[in-house]
Design a protein around this ligand. Structure first.
Ligand code: ADP
Ligand code: MG
Length: 461
């Protein structure tokens, strides 16, 4: 990495420091509740060409930041001697924000590339479990009672009953919550057990570091556990060496009756490359799916979350939210929190009609996506201009983003290839077809690309 004082890296760091100063200024200039709700989770992503990009975990909050809180944010930045022309917000949790910021620095990590870390041993952070994910606050309905029972079974008798336990299902359906709840329960019962919760991404990075930098500690970190919990297994697709290592780890733990718990967005049989080995291994244990919650379960989840957050809503409000958000519990939570904020700011004027109008507005503000939105979001994610993205350049840093835009126009809008070509100012529809096919293929094996596509999709919709 370039270490000269003028290197891009250092300049970015300086802007990041200014952002931290601005965040500090916001903390002193606003009341504690406002700060906690709107500003505390804002993370710096990048600052280039007068454009500051920040991330927030929630699009409802972003809406407020772009409206009501635009001026306070500007003022705080000014106080920190920072005056970007444009401030943009993207939706991302804290760990996503780190990933995105990091990805901007090292584009791909594989055994052939080098990691920007200093040689040392691989870090072993305690269990990594989040104490908020427990069985007690998990609402059980028809959609998830089997998976819940399997998790409880594992928590009662780790390493014996279902080993491995493999849970799969769509985004926001509670997989992370459940697998961590198992870990927390086992920890409470067996304080002497060594438990590790890890995203497969970390496993992969640790493995690459252990090979490239010859760091010690990898085997110890992963094999010397009583319970190993692996989240988002699908990202191991296409990473052959890491897969081999994963199977060694897996064998070792299973032979010693140590519990393995895996989550993924799809069943093992649908993880390319891994399918055969993983399926047969997992069949020795338990493979089980989480389904989207039905209406009643959604209401129960909302009531539980409201109680936990000390919010009080009438049943019409709860039912309205449960009808509107059907397939992702994270969205349900987001809407509930937003209703809570609205209730707090409107007091007695808060009503179902008002909430409906506000949530309608959110839709207006972020209309169903269009080819233009997709192109803009893709260009902005990769820090390109729309003209560059639509140009004839075949340079990789422009070509891949262009193909991602093509792919999203196909998957999000179901445009025809000639329509996609036209949206990008081209006549020939075969380039659009090739582009879509290429991303389609790559996405199955490249977790980072998949991640990028998801972020752009969220930003465009
Ligand atoms: P996934 O890992 O499947 O994408 P998460 O476990 O992250 O989903 O769940 C998203 C959010 O929804 C979390 O805050 C989680 O606590 C909550 N959640 C999901 N399912 C339930 C449930 N059945 N009861 C209570 N909260 C739930
Ligand atoms: Mg998850």
């Amino acid at each position: 990495m370039d270490n000269s004082p003028l290197s891009h890296y250092n300049i970015t760091n300086m802007e990041e420091q200014k952002w931290h100063a601005a965040k500090g200024a916001l903390e002193t200039s606003t009341d504690a509740l406002t700060f906690k709700t709107f500003f505390s989770k804002l993370e710096f992503i990048s600052a280039e060409n007068g454009r500051l990009i920040l991330s927030s975990p929630n699009k409802f909050i972003i809406r407020q930041l772009e409206g009501k809180y635009a001026a306070p944010v500007r003022d705080a930045l000014k106080a920190a001697n920072f005056a970007p022309e444009l401030i943009e917000y993207i939706v991302a949790g804290a760990s996503d924000a780190e990933k995105i910021a990091k990805r901007r620095k090292d584009t791909t990590i594989d055994l052939t590339t080098s990691l920007p870390t200093k040689p040392t041993t691989i870090k072993h952070h305690s269990t990594n479990l989040n104490p908020k994910y427990v069985f007690d606050n998990f609402v059980v309905g028809d959609n998830n009672n089997l998976v819940f029972a399997a998790c409880r079974g594992v928590a009662e008798e780790p390493g014996t009953r279902y080993n491995p336990l493999y849970i799969h299902g769509g985004v926001g359906l509670g997989k992370t919550h459940l697998i961590q709840a198992v870990g927390n329960e086992i920890q409470a019962k067996h304080p002497d057990f060594r438990i590790l919760y890890i995203s497969i991404d970390t496993f992969y990075k640790d493995f690459v570091a252990s090979v490239q930098k010859k760091l010690s500690g990898f085997t110890e970190k992963y094999r010397e556990n009583d319970v190993l919990i692996i989240d988002d297994m699908q990202f191991l697709e296409g990473k052959k060496e890491s897969q081999k290592e994963f199977f060694h780890t897996f064998n070792d733990l299973q032979q010693n009756n140590k519990q393995i718990i895996i989550s993924s967005d799809r069943p093992p049989s649908r993880i390319a490359d891994l399918a055969d080995r993983l399926t047969s291994r997992c069949e020795q244990g338990m493979i089980i799916a989480v389904q989207p919650p039905d209406f009643e379960t959604r209401c129960a989840i909302l009531n539980t979350k409201a109680e936990l957050s000390k919010l009080h809503f009438s049943s019409d409000i709860i039912e309205f939210i449960a009808k509107k958000y059907t397939s992702n519990i994270r969205e349900l939570e987001g809407a509930l929190n937003y209703a809570g904020l609205l209730q707090m700011s409107l007091g007695p004027r808060f009503s179902l009609a008002r909430l409906e109008a506000e949530l309608q507005d959110t839709k207006k503000l972020r209309p169903r996506t269009s080819p233009e939105n997709i192109i803009k979001a893709t260009a902005s994610y990769f820090h390109l201009t729309v003209t560059e993205l639509s140009s004839d350049s075949r340079e990789k840093h422009i070509l891949t983003p262009r193909q991602i835009a093509m792919y999203l126009m196909k998957t999000e809008l179901a445009l025809s290839y000639p329509q996609i070509a036209r949206a990008l100012g081209r006549k020939d529809h075969t380039t659009a077809m090739n582009g879509v096919q290429k991303i389609n293929k790559l996405i199955a094996t490249d977790g980072l690309l998949r991640d990028q596509v998801i972020h752009i999709q969220e930003a465009a919709c």
